[in-house]
Design a binder for this molecule. Structure first.
Ligand code: SAH
Length: 209
């Protein structure tokens, strides 16, 4: 997968590629799709949700330039695959998922894989890590894995100075990948191409259909 789908598409961050080599994606994919686990497309994980396309995960994390001292907030745990990649690269991962069943499945696999640097919360991630334990208030990096009509203000508030946030934002069925950097309390926004994610559903996202 790495050699066929990531390196040819200009993902050349060595640490990122190593994490992709290391994490077995088939563990995070439902049994019936295991034979497709190393193909470059999203797969159904139930509850109307998908495990993201590997290239898209790589592209978003490359934009974030994850460092090993980073505290990372992930919104949309889903299968837990990206959570595992993040846990290989950063110091602490705080991950939020709104569908309890998906969180249970993801957490079981991540626990089995021995990750000790992940904190989990079931709830509305458009509000970030609000009122969750441990009481972390600011994150070096934030990655949103579901599509929002706009960038939730709560997430901007929880981004540290010089921090980076990546989010697909736009229409319900097609979006642009947006990178936000916080500098001197101001946000600088750049756009990084079109994409398609499942909707981010919550008080600062979309209404449930
Ligand atoms: N990175 C994950 C992506 C899963 S799809 C993976 O590759 O498996 C996006 C996920 O975001 C879904 O599981 C969906 O339930 C979740 N989601 C949608 N709105 C959310 C919200 N407001 N808070 C937390 N999770 C949300």
């Amino acid at each position: 997968m790495v050699n066929k789908h990531l390196i040819p598409r200009k993902i050349d961050n060595k640490k990122l590629l190593e994490a992709f080599y290391k994490v077995p994606r088939h563990l995070y994919v439902p049994d019936r799709f295991r034979r497709f686990a190393y193909e470059d497309y999203p797969l159904d994980i139930g509850h109307g949700q998908t495990i993201s396309q590997p290239y898209m995960v790589a592209y978003m994390l490359d934009l974030l330039n994850i460092e090993n001292s980073d505290k990372v907030l992930e919104i949309g745990t889903g299968s837990g695959y990206q959570t595992a990649i993040l846990a290989e690269l950063a110091a602490e991962i705080y991950t939020v998922e709104r569908i309890p069943e998906l969180m249970i499945t993801a957490r079981n696999i991540l626990d089995e894989q021995g990750y000790k640097n992940i904190y989990y919360r079931v709830g509305d991630g458009t509000k970030g890590w609000e009122k969750a334990y441990p009481p972390t208030q600011e994150f070096d990096k934030i990655v949103v894995s579901a599509a929002s009509p706009s960038v939730p203000q709560s997430l901007i508030n929880q981004l540290a100075e010089r921090g980076l946030l990546v989010i697909p934002a736009g229409a319900r069925r097609s979006q642009d990948l947006i990178l936000i950097e916080k500098r001197n309390g101001e946000t600088i926004e750049t756009r990084h191409g079109g994409c398609t994610f499942v909707p981010l559903i919550g008080s600062e996202g979309w209404d449930a259909e």
